[in-house]
Write a protein of this length. Structure first.
Length: 325
């Protein structure tokens, strides 16, 4: 019999090396330098202002991970790198990588202390770090929104409530997909200006309304046929989430659809990796919780929602799709 190989263990153990090389490649502009076509390592070194030896290391590392192609000594962007790292795609992930490098990575260095103490790490935030934090988180939300727009058909709906989310991009994606849809935002008051700016920039100001209210106590009311609750669950306690989901149901007409987007711990034979990783990420940063999906389903049942589908979005959270009953 063939003995087990150690590849998986080593790949996990040295994963931080690849992450740091990706962050560095993005930071020096390696991917953007290839946006217009292939280049050799010396040409990339000139374009990025980085030493040739380190440029070659980074280019080879990105080639090893499949983000760069290498033909006759010339590097070019793979399709996913072209779309999300080259600077010309709809969702440029560079701000998200900057957040991971400058904020998240440092927090993970505190993870042993978090495991031993059961407490999150020390954010040590100042104005500049908060700007990096928010730019990265909001760009990551934009990715989630674009993946949702690909996976879910918004065309049957006419009146959408977006309750308590962090980003207006989810609703904007829905409005873009369905010209007959209107959207109502019930977000925390601190989000009003950001929503207004984003919706105006997208050209949908005449199809939205904004009702500022704290998420944990908002009672939107109404007869909406689509309700979105995006990146809410992990930010609140179980009792608060029960109330939020009950208030969401009270704002939905019979037969309406709920989209509940977040990371979840599952009970499958193999846990979905991205959710488990974010469970650690959320806790070490600020102590927020990635809940078991089974627990969230219980809250939904109690609030009058019946889960009918689960969408596992690429490189993004899952969405529990539920019907109002």
């Amino acid at each position: 019999m063939t003995k087990p190989a150690p590849d998986r263990i080593v790949d996990i153990a040295i994963g931080y090396m690849g992450a740091k090389q990706l962050f560095a490649a993005s930071r020096i502009g390696l991917f953007r330098a290839l946006a217009d076509g292939p280049r050799t390592a010396p040409e990339l070194a000139v374009a990025t202002g980085t030493g040739e030896q380190l440029t070659r290391i980074l280019a080879d590392a990105m080639n090893a991970r499949g983000l760069l192609e290498r033909t006759d000594g010339r590097y070019s962007l793979a399709e996913d790198a072209q779309e999300y790292l080259g600077g010309n795609g709809a969702t440029d992930l560079a701000p998200f990588l900057t957040f991971l490098n400058e904020i998240s990575y440092g927090h993970w260095l505190q993870f042993d202390t978090t495991v031993d103490s059961g407490k999150p790490g020390d954010l040590q935030m100042d104005e500049g770090r908060w700007a990096t934090f928010m730019a990265g988180v909001m760009r990551y939300n934009s990715l989630h929104a674009s993946m949702l727009a690909r996976a879910f058909d918004f065309s049957p709906y006419r009146s959408m409530l977006d309750l308590g989310g962090l980003s207006p991009e989810f609703a904007i994606g829905a409005l873009r997909a369905n010209p007959a849809l209107t959207a109502r935002f019930v977000f925390g008051p601190e989000s009003t200006q950001g929503i207004t700016d984003a919706v105006n920039a997208a050209g949908y100001a005449d199809r939205i309304s904004i009702d500022p209210a704290p998420t944990e106590s908002a009672e939107p009311g109404g007869e909406h046929d689509l309700v979105m609750v995006n990146h809410v669950v992990h930010r609140f306690t179980a009792e608060q989430n029960r109330k939020i989901l009950a208030n969401a149901r009270a704002a939905a007409g019979d037969g309406a659809t709920l989209l509940l987007l977040d990371f979840f711990l599952d009970d499958d034979e193999r846990q979905r990796p991205i959710d488990a990783l974010h469970a650690g990420e959320y806790f070490v940063i600020d102590g927020t919780v990635v809940y078991p999906e089974a627990e969230v389903r219980e809250w939904l049942d109690g609030a009058g929602w019946r889960v009918c589908d689960v969408l596992a979005l690429p490189a993004s959270p899952r969405v529990l799709v539920a019907d109002a009953v």
